[in-house]
Design a protein around this ligand. Sequence first.
Ligand SMILES: NC(=O)c1ccc[n+]([C@@H]2O[C@H](COP(=O)([O-])OP(=O)(O)OC[C@H]3O[C@@H](n4cnc5c(N)ncnc54)[C@H](O)[C@@H]3O)[C@@H](O)[C@H]2O)c1
Length: 268
Amino acid sequence: MANFSISELYDLSGHAALVTGGALGIGQAIAFRLSEAGASVVIADVDLASAKKTAAQIEARGGRAQAVRADVRVAADAEAAVQAAVDAFGQIDLLVNNAGIFPLIPVLDVAEEVWDRVIDINLKGAFLFAKAAAKQMVQAGRGGKIINLASVDAVHPNGMATPYNASKGGVLMLTKGLALELAPHKILVNAVAPGGITTPGTDEARSRVASSAGIPDDAILQGWLQRVPLRRMGEPDDVAKVVLFLASRAADFITGELIVVDGGYLLS
Ligand SMILES: NC(=O)c1ccc[n+]([C@@H]2O[C@H](COP(=O)([O-])OP(=O)(O)OC[C@H]3O[C@@H](n4cnc5c(N)ncnc54)[C@H](O)[C@@H]3O)[C@@H](O)[C@H]2O)c1
């Protein structure tokens, strides 16, 4: 085994990464960190305008990035996004399945359409992108890494989030199944489980719940923080740094694993 220096361990120069939902929030922070480590990044998002802005920010910092419109529920979009990485950067070495939604609805009010949407985006989307990327990685024969955004809800249910809890539990087992089957191809598959992270998605969810309960946003936030031993919300970069670790050579003997990034939430 090569004896890499610390900087070599985290050097992703010459690597091409694809980040789903990379336009905003955690995905954007991941795209920034992977680019900072030297990777070229394709940002695949339904929100093409925001994806283009994120790609432009990466390029303004001297990185290489490309934005593509993709709905993770659509197999053809997964294949096209992987092809975009190959066309732009010659290969794909790293996939981050980050796109996800988290509607907060009491279980007895969850419409079938909401159930399908959550499972399709959070779970089927991760499968479709993993399949498309892994096929390309297997063909290229250089191995690769796939990192899935699960959630603390994958192992500990949250209220008003039954479809979401189920989708993220599925992402955890998808991660393990892929890790087992793709190991012979030197494709490592891991997951990250964030706790509460401040993003456009969580800001919107908190406002919606607060207004329907007729209480201030801050009351919801303070209630949540009581359950977090480190007493703060995470920042998107708290998650991005862990994804960078899993993407790096420092994690070359880790596969099928879930790393929790939650400020101690699961302890309480
Ligand atoms: N923020 C948290 O507290 C938290 C906690 C645990 C897990 N997560 C997970 O982290 C991931 C990112 O969360 P976030 O808070 O940054 O979300 P966010 O809502 O802030 O951003 C999500 C991004 O995904 C994109 N997206 C949504 N649906 C898509 C689709 N069908 N196809 C392609 N792109 C789509 C959006 O346009 C957006 O750019 C999600 O998988 C989420 O479940 C977040």
